[in-house]
Write a protein that binds this ligand. Sequence first.
Ligand code: SF4
Length: 466
Amino acid sequence: MWGELHEECGIFAVWGHPKAALQAYWGTFSLQHRGQESAGIAVLSRGDISVHKGMGLVTEALRTEEEILREGEAALGHVRYSTTGESSLVNAQPLLMRTRFGPLALAHNGNLVNATELREKLADEGSIFQGTSDSEILAHLLAKSSQSRLEEALLESLPKLQGGFAFTILSREGLYAARDAHGIRPLVLGRSPDGGTMLASETCALDTVQAEWLRDVEPAELICIRDQGVNFRPFVAADQRPKRAVCAFEAVYFARPDSQLDGQSAHLIRRQLGRRLAQESPVAADVVVGVPDSSLPAAMGYAQASDIPFDFGLVKNRYIARTFISPTQTGRESSVQLKLSAVREVVAGKRVILVDDSLVRGTTSRRLISLLRKAGAKEVHMRIASPPYTDPCHYGIDTSRAGELAARTMSLAALRESVGADTLAYLTIEGLAEGLGAEKGWCMACFGAGYPVAVPSLEKGMPSHV
Ligand code: SF4
């Protein structure tokens, strides 16, 4: 199953709002950075659930759905990015399943490391799978459960799932949400002033619909939202719960800067990482330039701590999708050129410190340094505001083929040479832990800190599917 789905996605769900579908539409729209290949929305209206989805951005995928958006007491939206190369509508979410619990719409973010085992076992027992989504695995587990209530069936099924996940399930009776036992993938809970309880991958989506952030969903927590009230149920007993391991890469790069991670601002975390990077790896220079947009806070932090002016030496064409989540290498190569250009007046004749939040494949860095040199930069010193990315992620972010990870396949000197920088330095793992607040518990597996959830394919010595 090395070609199985592996994705980074965004979820927004709402229960009990007079304009639920429209809220889900705008909430999902604000999570567009988490997936741009397909978008979908499930709407509960007059006792039935309908699902509408399409390829492309939210505004493209759902543009013919104005009628739908006027309806609904509850709704669930999803944006998706797949790493399989199969950008087809059949893989778009939410999935709609007709079950003994009535119609269920399921959407998830993340990756189950035991998906292959679960799928084989379920297939042996007679389950017929339509696609390769992890959502379908949960649906089959629910169908097989001996419990008569959906809430109990979820409590029975969720402990069987291993990996990083945030699931949301819309039914006639209620909206359900669960976060994996380590809290790897993000999920937050909010409340709208107009009534309605909301769940979202990031707090920026709550801000967009003017909802209040209540708290992050706890690891191993099942939340059941119904008209009668909200139930919070742990699906792993407190004494068996593993150590918290929230995805550090959300803080480094993925989350929108205006989002809060467990109450901490992503923007301020990144600025702090930049400060720490300047203390660890100073260099004499004339200007600090950040890679727009996600690296600007780290570049500002670096500039503040080093007392070197920050300036906008690179500008971004805002109408091009994020480079990192372009599904093919060819797409990534060409989109760097289309997306960014250097500001000659800022960099010509200068010693430039170029700050990026991460260096995964090296493609972007090489192109950016070349752009800066063509614009007249005298020296380019690359500084990365996270440690070397050496290990594939198995929990839902596409940084996944080990052979594509530049820091894994090259020495620091070879990598510096390859990207064309005068010097190259990374933040240390200690610097990252300190900047994030180590006591909160973070997954830093891709930075070589060890996998919080064992990955069966690695244990068996099989090549990573991702
Ligand atoms: S391995 Fe890296 S990208 Fe994957 S969940 Fe952990 S920190 Fe996030």
